[in-house]
Design a protein around this ligand. Structure first.
Ligand SMILES: Cc1cc2nc3c(=O)[nH]c(=O)nc-3n(C[C@H](O)[C@H](O)[C@H](O)COP(=O)(O)O)c2cc1C
Length: 172
């Protein structure tokens, strides 16, 4: 059974991206074991001087979760035309330890628009050698109107996510 770690780029309690993760987890069903990373806000600010062994406890925990996962699901909004700082910070902690190297990633950018954050994240994920094919990359603009507690309410978005998820699971 493949293991998937989910990471939310939003730290908001009632995050739309949290609802997307919940909906995708339901779609995964018994096809994988899903672990949700608690919050990217748990990590300290990246500092190369602290990027030594032993790593700060929260960083070591995050890295362990990444290392035991077969694939990573990232769902994130866009802030100020870019990647939320907390998510970029989390990815910066993985550079020296290459925790995402050769790991399949499904990237969902669920935001008002989101193109800039998606493009920037793809650049970051590729430079750290994660595997992010176009088939597992989904942009969900106007996300707040397309998802609720019951799942993905917009039919076109639901089928796009289902297709991406099938490709992601096949890659694991
Ligand atoms: C400070 C701030 C800046 C934002 N900038 C953008 C932006 O540049 N592009 C965009 O698509 N949405 C932007 N948004 C709107 C977010 O996409 C929206 O709040 C989204 O629902 C956040 O995701 P979440 O519900 O998972 O927290 C911004 C929101 C905040 C709070």
């Amino acid at each position: 059974m493949p293991r998937i770690l989910t990471i939310n780029g939003s730290t908001r309690a009632s995050s739309t991206n949290g609802l997307v993760i919940q909906a995708i987890t339901a779609l995964i069903g018994d096809r994988a074991v899903v672990t949700s990373y608690r919050s990217v806000a748990d990590l300290p600010h990246f500092d190369p001087d602290k990027d030594v062994l032993p790593a700060p406890a929260s960083v070591a925990h995050f890295r362990e979760l990444l290392q035991v996962a077969d694939g990573i699901l990232i769902c994130t909004p866009e802030y100020a035309m870019g990647v939320p700082g907390s998510l970029k910070n989390a990815l910066d902690w993985t550079v020296s330890t290459a925790d995402l190297r050769m790991k399949p990633v499904m990237l969902v950018t669920a935001s008002l628009s989101g193109e800039k954050a998606q493009a920037s994240l793809l650049g970051t994920l590729r430079v750290i050698e994660a595997i992010v094919p176009d088939e597992t990359t989904v942009l969900v603009p106007f996300a707040r109107t397309k998802v609720d507690m019951d799942g993905i309410t917009d039919a076109a978005t639901r089928s796009e996510i289902q297709r991406a998820l099938d490709a992601f699971l096949a890659a694991l």
